[in-house]
Design a protein around this ligand. Structure first.
Ligand code: NAD
Ligand code: MN
Length: 360
């Protein structure tokens, strides 16, 4: 039978350590099922060749890959002539309009369970990077940035949020009937995150689009709709993280709250993500290239491993995905010492990866 081709784009920093770990897990969960295509992108590549995202990478993703995994890029904080983040570009070029980020404590862990899904709009907002610098008559500078919010993209992301809330509700119900425990007890809920009290035009359009979508489809009536201003969203996430089910947010807010939410479940090193479009999925951990620990062999591979599982779910390989998640949950719950330093252990990338593979 023919193999499924998975594109691998480790890019920079710890991306080069955690993507190979995820590849090993994929090879172990279903030997001979996947073929891997190694593709280039990143800031290091840009420094060598002047190109951060080669056309060949985009072409091969589109023509040869069933799905892909991306590591992280080391985008500098200062302007570099000719450079633009390849991941931001890829999301736009392939219309991967939703960044889906589950933030959950391991199944079976002690303490109050957290199980939220952050859905970040992935194509617009301030990430259109339309910026200008102007010098005033007095010689001081002023910088401008455009923020684009469309009804089209806002409704599209809202639809995804309501659909996923319903789907999660069904999975929880099935689990309950099998006698399992679930973190979120209420009916499916979508929290719309915005700042419409100040930005009543742009965030206002995002908010109104989400509210309109809630009414547009009768099945969405089964989902409770809640609104939260982004600043108090952060507050509530720290105070009562267990009250959230699905949260949907414009690009920048979604980026920020998902890094924050990672602290609720131990580390950025465990939070997975997937860039989802109608025709393609690119798994990508929430974390960046972590230059402070890159090259030391101690990056936590779990975020990348769970991102690979998310990719499998989207490719229809639910049982393989759930075997990966169960193995990861077990390692997290039972082998604290073996964990990498971000989780307080003394383990290594290789050690954690081997422990997961052993339990598959
Ligand atoms: P970061 O996510 O790289 O790191 C933040 C902190 O979390 C660091 O202390 C790091 O060591 C830790 N951390 C992150 N992932 C970890 C893992 N898997 N295991 C253990 N610890 C982990 O964020 P940053 O430091 O703000 O950014 C560093 C670089 O990454 C920047 O150049 C930024 O542009 C880039 N970045 C890229 C992406 C992406 O490719 N999608 C996302 C965010 C940041
Ligand atoms: Mn981020």
């Amino acid at each position: 039978k023919s193999k499924l081709t998975i594109g691998l784009i480790p890019a920079d920093g710890i991306g080069k350590e955690v993507i190979p770990a995820a590849q090993q897990v994929l090879e172990a969960v279903s030997p001979n099922k996947f073929a891997f295509l190694h593709l280039d992108a990143g800031f290091e590549l840009f420094q060598k060749t002047g190109v951060a995202l080669p056309e060949e990478t985009v072409e091969k993703l589109k023509s040869e890959c069933a799905g892909a995994l991306f590591g992280a890029v080391s985008s500098p904080s200062h302007k570099v002539a000719g450079y633009s983040s390849p991941i931001v570009a890829l999301r736009k070029r392939m219309d991967l309009y939703a960044n889906v980020r589950p933030v959950a404590s391991p199944v079976g862990a002690a303490g109050k369970p957290i199980d939220m899904l952050i859905i970040r709009e992935n194509t617009e907002c301030l990430y259109i990077k339309s910026e200008r610098l102007e010098t005033l008559p007095d010689g001081t500078k002023v910088a401008w940035a455009d923020r684009k919010i469309t009804e089209y993209a806002s409704k599209r992301i809202a639809r995804m949020a309501f659909k996923m809330a319903l789907q999660r509700g069904k999975l929880r119900e099935a689990k309950r009937q099998q006698g399992g425990s679930v973190a979120w007890q209420g009916q499916p809920k979508v929290t719309v995150v915005h700042k419409s009290n100040v930005l009543s035009v742009s965030d206002g359009l995002f908010r109104e689009s989400c509210l309109a979508v809630h009414k547009e489809d009768p099945s969405f009536a089964g989902v409770k709709l809640e609104e939260q201003l982004v600043d108090s969203m952060v507050y509530r996430m720290f105070r009562e993280p267990d009250v959230f089910d699905v949260a949907v947010a414009p690009n920048l807010y979604g980026d920020i709250i998902s890094d924050g939410a990672a602290a609720l479940v131990g580390s950025l090193g465990v939070v997975a993500g997937a860039n989802v479009g109608d025709n393609f999925v690119l798994g990508e951990p929430v974390h960046g290239s972590a230059p402070d620990i890159a090259g030391k062999g101690i990056a936590n591979p779990i975020a990348a491993i769970r991102s690979a599982a998310l990719l499998l779910e989207h490719l229809g390989l639910a049982s393989e995905a759930s075997r990966i998640h169960s193995a990861v949950d077990k390692v997290l719950n039972e082998q604290a010492q073996a964990m990498t330093p971000d989780l307080g252990g003394r383990g290594t990338t290789k050690g954690v990866t081997d422990a997961v593979i052993k339990l598959l």
